[in-house]
Design a protein around this ligand. Sequence first.
Ligand SMILES: Cc1cc2nc3c(=O)[nH]c(=O)nc-3n(C[C@H](O)[C@H](O)[C@H](O)COP(=O)(O)O)c2cc1C
Length: 430
Amino acid sequence: MFHMGWFMGTGFGVYNWNQRWSGNVSQDVGNPQLFVDMATSLERAGFSYMMLEDSSVLPNVHRGTFESSVKNGGTIRFDPVPLIPFLTAATKHIGIVATISTSFYHPFMAARLFSTLDHVTNGRVGMNLVTSSNKSAMQNYGLKDLIPHDERYARANEWVDVVKALWDSWDEDAVLMDEVNGVFADHTKVHTVDFEGKYYRSRGPLNTIPGPQRHPVICQAGGSDVGREFGARNADTIIAAVKGVEEMKAYRDDVSERMIALGRDPKDVKVLFLISPVLADSKAEAEEKNAAMLKASAANIDAQVAGFSYFTSTDWSKYDYDAPFPDLSKNEGHQSTMNDFARSGATIREAVTNHRTQESVPLIGTPESIAEEMGEYMEYAGGDGFLIAKPVTRQNITEIADGLAPALRKRGLIRPSYEHSTFRDNLLAY
Ligand SMILES: Cc1cc2nc3c(=O)[nH]c(=O)nc-3n(C[C@H](O)[C@H](O)[C@H](O)COP(=O)(O)O)c2cc1C
């Protein structure tokens, strides 16, 4: 059996504005209901978690204007954290992961917030840790410039140490709730943390009590060397966008080797790979649907390239779209994503038109054929599951939750039901 998750690529934002099948977007924007419907559907489908991407910037790097950011609504983001209780109030089992920047949240604030959420959600919350790769986002928080890539990860490692120390500032048996003797908690089992690091200081203890998970789940997606090391050291689940089944296998093996070197058991991290399946009633129909999608994205190339401008804080409109990918391997933003394209030798136009960036293996067919392929890929790669990376529309949700998931379940590839009450326990169950 493997895990299924959904990567919500524009977080608590706008999906497919002004497109067929996107529903009443004007009523859904900023409204929890679409995502509540999604959570109940994915729980019916046995999904382990939903992951809400996030960023804190409205980019204007591409062509030096906000046009590509706001014209299609694609970079609008509401804060994902307030959405979490709506999703968990409507469900009983599925985990909800929201993205948190280690560069912007003080560790005490994050530890307290997620300890609170652990209670509110009854043990079903997780945080996706990112270091934030955008200069304008840094400036929104008052920093002058981007913190260099590797230093962001050095800070992030220390950040996690402070957060975990704060979560552990109350011993397991500190809370007594002894009504007979009138003792809520034993004060001898609550400790200061007195963390003094290179980047952070925190006194502690937390003024919350430990939640059902004690340590909410940590998710991570960094693909560079230091990013992978960070994931192997700190994460409970890693999400990866690599190219092809060989790279999937190599990625899982790499995470396992790093974990062993760090004294962790590789089974304690679940590695999920991004996929974007194209489903239809027949293989031919699915191929047709895929061709139409690629044609639509080719017709809108500038909007796609604007995404690269954002990832690298570099205006890509100045490049020739028919020349090979520029070498931006040393950019201080998303290194691994750009390296993958540069290595492939593709031109910018080819990269945009032939590859959907958010899939590790292409899956085009019927629910049954795709379920079979997913089983084979997972068996070979040795990973722990897949993360759907499709726009959040009710049509896409139905295709996955009521088409693909039952086909996977019939083959015994995904869980028939949830065994445990917390997200952490359900994630680590297999
Ligand atoms: C599936 C996936 C989801 C990601 N989600 C976010 C996100 O929500 N916010 C963000 O700032 N970065 C996000 N990233 C970027 C990563 O945190 C990371 O910066 C990127 O993969 C490049 O790796 P590196 O930082 O190790 O160079 C995501 C990356 C992947 C592959």
